[in-house]
Design a protein around this ligand. Structure first.
Ligand code: GDP
Ligand code: GDP
Length: 437
């Protein structure tokens, strides 16, 4: 299931990031490569009236070496491309500027709902000017104040009223949804082409959704259906902003959200980069199953140790992904790609597997016998019972005498025992301690 996406567009200094921060709050900031610089927070998740959505601040996607109008036009295009609802922000104090008019023209041509926000309406006199803005032809304007937090409720009411139920694209549960994530030029698009080229049958009639134009469905020889999420974002369309890191991160984050399995692609020629670990760890945090693909394996010089060294390096850099298989592949030669759908399917199945409580508790009892629970401050941890409460990812509640006593290391030990006894390859496991009352 995917959440609707709302994008904020407007000239610089209009208050976009102020509003973004007000709406998303401090709770969930995802893109933050430079703490303290609000600009780097361009994608967040929040909810209004119980409706969850993702919010994008397009002002954060900047283009170096381009004039302001090109940059703003790109931001408006990104909003049209990515968002279900667009919030167009202007400054109520300055009236309509020519740049505002240009943005309005671009938005006007899209058929996305646009909500017009008049920011910096800090007091009643300023709010009085709202009628001028009807001339933009975008319907009722909503006066707001980012600094004072005024008018945001009405604005958000309007925004969520445009969410359509069928904009939440939901593929049938039997369809495996996966995406390819990685920096520009790691070979995502080549990999998609190669994967699709290997499949004998490609279908286009998987239950239609409003988003399927950007996704690619296919079916393997055994009839298993797959959807490659956001193939449109992977293929090049020639836009100027396409190869910027921020845009590719943004695209990756929303693709991750809609996927069951995420293929994290690393370029063998370049090795691991900082951005890789940020995006990959987001996939992990979201509980997605993960396969690490080291692409362009054909292009590097190898001796008998190269693969092992590379693997070790990845394991060290991505400790939290120890459950993820690593595949050394080449989109150029097709090396190890033939079996990829099979692996994705296997991982999806482990992700969705449900373990019976009786079997689970036999494993738990053996684990407790093998490694007795620790004593912390003279208090001994007691583990009573474990039960699986969810799949995708597998989630277990473990009942204990005191949740404070279940430290990370013992939790880790329990996780390892689960992995030893059941096949959870490629998938994160969640263990939630509960006090037994
Ligand atoms: P952005 O470039 O569109 O993201 O704009 P910012 O959020 O960075 O805000 C630009 C400036 O406008 C900052 O100095 C903010 O403090 C200020 N600002 C934002 N919202 C308001 C508002 O509602 N009223 C007033 N007076 N200033 C605001
Ligand atoms: P994307 O930006 O991640 O979608 O990357 P592309 O698929 O556009 O690939 C970027 C460049 O790397 C292109 O010139 C590809 O031909 C090249 N490339 C992709 N995969 C491989 C590979 O496995 N081996 C080699 N040698 N080149 C590759």
């Amino acid at each position: 299931m995917s959440k609707p996406i709302v994008a904020i567009v407007g000239r610089p200094n209009i208050g976009k990031s102020t509003i973004f921060n007000r709406i998303v709050g401090e709770r969930i900031s995802i893109v933050e490569d430079d703490p303290g610089v609000t600009r780097d927070r361009i994608y967040g998740q929040t909810e209004w009236l119980g409706k969850e959505f993702s919010l994008i601040d397009t002002g954060g996607i900047t283009l170096e070496d381009y004039p302001l109008d090109v940059e703003i036009r790109s931001q408006a295009e990104i909003a049209i491309e990515e968002a279900d609802v667009i919030v167009f922000m202007v400054d109520i104090r300055s009236g309509i500027t020519s740049l505002d008019e240009n943005i309005a023209k671009i938005l006007y041509r899209s058929n996305k709902p646009v909500v017009l926000a008049l920011n910096k309406a800090d007091n009643p006199e300023q709010r009085e000017r709202f009628y001028e803005f009807y001339s933009l032809g975008l319907g009722d304007p909503f006066p707001i104040s980012g600094s004072h937090g005024l008018g945001l409720g009405d604005l958000l009411d309007e925004v969520v009223s445009h969410f359509e139920d069928d904009s939440l694209s939901i593929y049938d549960d039997s369809i495996i949804k996966f995406s390819l994530i990685g920096r520009p030029n790691v070979g995502k698009s080549s990999l998609v082409n190669k994967i699709l080229g290997e499949q004998r049958v490609i279908v286009s009639d998987i239950e239609g959704t409003t988003r399927d134009a950007i996704d690619t469905p296919f079916v393997d020889e055994e009839g298993q259906e797959y959807v490659i999420i956001d193939t449109a974002g992977i293929r090049k369309s020639g836009r100027v902003y396409e190869n910027t890191e921020k845009y590719s991160v943004l695209r990756a984050l929303s693709a991750i959200e809609r996927s069951d399995v995420v293929l994290c692609v690393i370029n063998a020629e370049e090795g691991i980069r900082e951005q890789d670990s940020r995006v990959f760890s987001h996939a992990h945090d979201e509980g997605k199953s993960i396969i690490l693909l080291v692409n362009k394996w054909d292009a590097i010089e190898k001796d008998t140790h190269t693969m092992q060294e590379f693997e070790q390096d990845i394991r060290t850099r991505f400790r939290f992904l120890d459950y993820a298989p690593i595949l050394f592949v080449s989109a150029e030669t097709g090396e190890r790609l033939q079996k990829l759908p099979e692996l994705i399917k296997k991982i999806y199945e482990s992700r969705m597997q449900r373990v019976q409580s009786s079997i689970l508790n036999d494993v738990l009892m053996d684990a407790l016998a093998m490694n007795p629970t620790p004593t912390v401050n003279n208090k001994r941890l007691k583990v009573f019972y474990m039960t699986q409460v969810a799949v995708g990812p597998p989630t277990f509640i473990v009942f204990v005498n005191d949740t404070e006593l279940l430290h990370f290391s013992y939790q880790r030990f329990l996780e390892n025992q689960l992995r030893k006894n059941f096949d959870f390859q490629g998938t994160p496991i969640k263990i939630i301690p509960r006090k037994r009352s």
